[in-house]
Each structure stands twice: as C-alpha cells, then as structure tokens.
Design a protein around this ligand. Structure first.
Ligand SMILES: NC(=O)c1ccc[n+]([C@@H]2O[C@H](COP(=O)([O-])OP(=O)(O)OC[C@H]3O[C@@H](n4cnc5c(N)ncnc54)[C@H](OP(=O)(O)O)[C@@H]3O)[C@@H](O)[C@H]2O)c1
Length: 321
C-alpha cells in the first residue's frame, strides 16, 4: 500500500512502534539494565516483524524512554540504519507534575530537541513532531527556531500532533519545509474521526471531538495521518467483565472475527482502523514483543464492509443514522 509518508520515506512500514511506556515507567528511578534489555527485545521484534518507525517524545517517562532508545544505539550502532526515528517537543512536564504546560517557543523547542538528540546518543531525528498546539505560540519565533534546527540537520522533516487543519495550514504558511504528518487519537474506541463524517446536520455532531475537515485536509495536502492509542489500550482485546455492555458486545465480536481470521484480537482492532481510506499509520504502544508481533497480522486482515460496519455499530451501541 502507498502511504503519504512514502514520498519522504519510501520504505516506511504502516505500523509504528510507540515508546511511551519504555524506560522503567513514570517515576524518578534511573533507567536500569533490565529496562534496556526490555527495549532491545521489543525493538528487535519490531524490526523482525517489519516495523521500522519508532515514535518517541521528549517527555515520555521524563526522557527515560528516549534515553533507553539511545542506549540501544550504543549497544548496536547498526540498529540506527534500520529505523526511522520520530520524536516530539512541545509539552513541558516535571516529575512533580506542578504546572503542566505546552511550550512551542523557539527557545524551548531548541533546547528540548538538542536534549532529545543527546539522549539518543547523538542521533538526529528523521521526523520532529510538535506534540500539541500551544495557545501562546508566536508563529515567527517558532518557525525561526524550527528552520534553524532544520538547517543544522537536527531533524529532516517536520510533523504535528493533535492539530486541526487550520493550525497545520497556518504553521505551514511560515515554513518552507513540508509538514509531513499529523498524529491524533483514532481507534475503534476513539472513533469520532468516523462519527464526524456521518453526523453532519445532526445535533449530536456538536459533541464530536474530532476537528472537522482535518482528515480531508491531510488527505489533500499529502499529510500522513498517524493514530495514537490505536489498540484502544486493549479495551476490545482484553478478556473479562466490563461495566459497559457495548464494550462487552464489541469484545465478543472482535473475538469472533479474530477466530474467523485466525489472528489475535488486536489485529482486528487495528485492521478496522487501517481499513479507513485515510491510510492511517497506527502507533502501537505495547511493551510486549509477542503482543506486538501478533498485532502486525492486522496487515493481512481484510474485513468485509458488513464486518467493518458491524464493529463500528456495536461499538457505538446503535446503528448509523
Ligand atoms: N501524540 C500524542 O499526543 C500521543 C499520546 C499518547 C500516546 N502517543 C503514542 O502512541 C503510542 C500508543 O499509545 P497508547 O500506549 O496510549 O495506546 P495503545 O497502543 O492503544 O495501548 C497500549 C497500552 O495498552 C496496554 N494494554 C493492556 N492490555 C492490552 C491488550 N490486550 N492489547 C494491547 N494493549 C494492551 C499495553 O500494555 P502492554 O505494554 O502490557 O502490552 C500498553 O500499555 C504511545 O507509545 C506513544 O508513542 C502519542
């Protein structure tokens, strides 16, 4: 399948490995040898399974996630050549969680990107993401810092996350380097990206959280869509009881299709997402190599139109309008 990202990275796989949970967790414990071994097993299994894009952020586990990936490059230099590295800047967090804030000021972007590269053992980024829109962003200041970092070769391409079409277009107007991707929450559980398109003219559309026109803008502008939370944190692939009857019904249907296709439940959840014609790249946040490898079987699943709609309608608890 040809994805918008293939204009820039012809070999990029459709599935992406997310690293939000690597590095020993959201605590102040230093990265341990065990954390590095865990990441090594996961990344090795990702590569074996055809995944070559790694999604990171400066804040994940307070920098320990990037540090862990950096340790992998120390351990095996050649690993870098197999991977497309993307990381993010723009959220400020401290271990005491005092004032959570966004910061897309030029100064913060420069210092944070340089810190990420240092943690990554001096490996520059293939794609730099602006993690979230910052209401206090001064466009020229942000654009100047990005252009400078780009000239210095600190990153090759720029991308955004959690932004709507207007924000992307505005940012692009100040930059002569293309914005090549937008990462948003999209999954069978967070399906407002589908709801938005089918509830036009209906009162319930006012409740829709997905930014109108963003799918279409990205499609037209050649901006790759990436989905975070794509496995719905296991909501439909876990077993056991759940208070919500729609979740229970969706779990049962996912399990039925998984058996029919001979795949893991996550493969069905992901196949549903990838079957949307927006050519979405799902970001998989599992730390479990076996779960990751089984999930890649999603690439072989082709749901029928009836199966796709039945999953969607079971999840929403009511048929489409
Ligand atoms: N751009 C943004 O704003 C943003 C926000 C959040 C995340 N992200 C990116 O997206 C990636 C994925 O996000 P995510 O981790 O929230 O979502 P996810 O991939 O949907 O969920 C994975 C998480 O769910 C857990 N899980 C529990 N049971 C599971 C099951 N049966 N199947 C699958 N997973 C199960 C996993 O645990 P195990 O490790 O035990 O499998 C893991 O902690 C992150 O790593 C990060 O790279 C980006």
């Amino acid at each position: 399948m040809t994805l918008p990202i293939h204009q820039y990275f012809p070999d990029a796989g459709q599935l992406i490995l997310g690293t939000m949970h690597l590095g020993g967790g959201w605590n102040s414990n230093p990265v341990s040898g065990q954390d590095i071994d865990q990441a090594f097993d996961l990344v090795s299994r990702a590569i074996e399974s055809g995944i070559n894009v790694i999604d990171m952020a400066d804040i994940y586990t307070f920098g320990k996630s990037e540090q862990t990936i950096g340790e992998l490059f120390k351990r095996e230099r050649s690993l870098r050549h197999h991977l497309i590295l993307q990381s993010k800047v723009g959220i400020k967090l401290t271990p005491t969680f005092d004032v959570k804030q966004y910061d897309l000021s030029g100064d913060w972007i420069s210092s944070s990107v340089n810190a990420s590269i240092k943690r990554l053992h001096d490996n520059n980024l293939d794609i730099l993401f602006l993690h979230r829109p910052d209401p206090l962003m001064q466009l020229d200041d942000t654009a100047n810092a990005l252009l400078k970092l780009h000239e210095q070769g600190k990153f090759e391409y720029l991308a955004v996350s959690n932004m709507h079409a207007g924000q992307i277009a505005w940012l692009q107007s100040a930059l002569n380097i293309p914005i090549i991707a937008n990462q948003l929450e999209m999954s069978l559980a967070s399906s407002d990206f589908v709801e938005d398109g089918i509830t036009t003219n209906m009162a319930q559309n006012a409740q829709n959280g997905f930014p109108r026109g963003t799918l279409e803008y990205c499609h037209q502008a050649g901006v790759q869509l990436q989905a975070w939370g794509a496995m719905a944190q296991g909501l439909y692939s876990s077993e056991g009881e759940h208070d919500d009857k729609n979740v229970m019904a969706t779990r049962a249907l996912v399990a039925k299709y998984a058996e029919e296709f001979g795949v893991d439940a996550n493969a069905i959840v992901l196949a549903w997402l990838m079957q949307h014609p927006s050519n979405i790249q799902p970001v998989l946040g599992t730390t479990n190599p076996e779960r990751l490898a089984l999930a890649t079987k999603a690439l072989d699943v082709k749901l029928t139109r009836e199966q796709w709609y039945l999953l969607f309608e079971t999840r929403r608890g009511i048929e489409v309008p």
